[in-house]
Design a protein around this ligand. Structure first.
Ligand code: FER
Length: 296
């Protein structure tokens, strides 16, 4: 090793004594969750497309009609019953954020074409349960609406989806995942409602995530019921400690999970699109739980 590399490495070590640990674990995890292949998020010519539509549902929780986007897979048919992924946006987003910046339809269509994901319906809600609040309102004003979305999701949106679309309506056919603020919601709502969701993902989860000690009531029960718990964050993300804390709690309590540290990953859609790419290949697949059992 040259003097120059040694000097840089020594400086880096002095600046961040733990960076080496992260770099190491980042390397191992990178093999399990490599960067997606080139063009995984680019439209391919000549493949079947799904349909992304906007729906309105009655929210008894807020006393108003509310919008969501719904993505049905290529060849969607009433003769098939599909599992459903509820995919949540970040603090500045709404029901359009994933479609605008995350290419979920393209990522899934490419995976379907390569037979790497189960056909599923993806529901993209607006995760602020409110009649009139928008992403432009002050965050403290919005926070209660982000928390209130748990009740609206369970009592208004899920029932609407299950009566409107051809879906499998059981816990093993429902997943919840989201980015940042929506990652916090996914961990809070998913782990708090294991009779509703068996597949849970937090992508770069934000400080609205409950304290690790408060996330899971009964760790043995959660271990049994979860088919997949995916916790991921970039190691350059200012919110890294949140996911790290959740991972530590899960390890301490022996709750099987996938922990993905994205080397060099920031708080952005480059990371979240790659999370969707990986999460989509695990969710609703029996092999995910088998793999989960053999982890670590
Ligand atoms: C915070 C920092 C970031 C916070 C939320 C976020 C609730 C969310 C960021 C995002 O959704 O991108 O302190 O508190």
């Amino acid at each position: 090793m040259s003097y120059r590399i040694l000097a840089v490495a020594a400086c880096a070590f002095m600046a961040h004594p733990f960076a080496f640990m992260f770099a190491q674990s980042g390397e191992t995890k990178a093999e399990k969750f490599p960067n997606p292949p080139k063009d995984y998020d680019k439209k391919r010519d000549g493949i079947e497309r799904g349909k992304l539509e906007t729906v309105e549902y009655d929210s008894a929780t807020v006393g108003a009609k509310r919008k969501a986007r719904v993505y049905t897979p290529p060849g969607y048919s009433k003769d098939t019953k599909y599992p459903v992924l509820y995919l949540l946006h970040g603090i500045g987003g709404d029901e359009n954020e994933w479609a605008r910046s995350g290419a979920p339809d393209v990522i899934l269509e490419n995976l379907y074409t390569d037979k790497k994901a189960m056909p599923m319906i993806v529901v993209l809600p607006n995760g602020r349960a409110s009649k009139d609040l928008t992403a432009r309102d002050p965050i403290p004003k919005q926070s209660p609406a982000f928390a209130a979305f748990e009740k609206e999701l369970l009592t208004d949106l899920i029932p609407f989806i299950e009566k409107t679309y051809s879906v499998k309506a059981d816990r093993e056919s429902r997943a919840i995942a989201g980015l940042s603020m929506g990652g916090g919601q996914s961990l809070n709502f998913g782990l708090g409602n294991l009779d509703t969701f068996a597949w849970v993902g937090g992508f770069s989860s934000a400080p609205n995530t409950k304290r690790p000690a408060d996330l899971i009531k009964d760790h043995a029960e959660a271990s049994k019921k979860l088919k997949l718990l995916y916790v991921a964050c970039g190691d350059k993300d200012g919110l890294f400690r949140i996911s790290e804390g959740v991972h530590k709690m899960l390890d301490e309590n022996k709750v099987p999970h996938e922990y993905r540290v994205i080397p060099g990953g920031g708080h952005d859609f480059k990371v979240w699109k790659s999370d969707l790419y990986h999460f989509a290949q695990l969710v609703f697949r029996e092999s995910a739980s088998k793999k989960k059992g053999t982890e670590e």
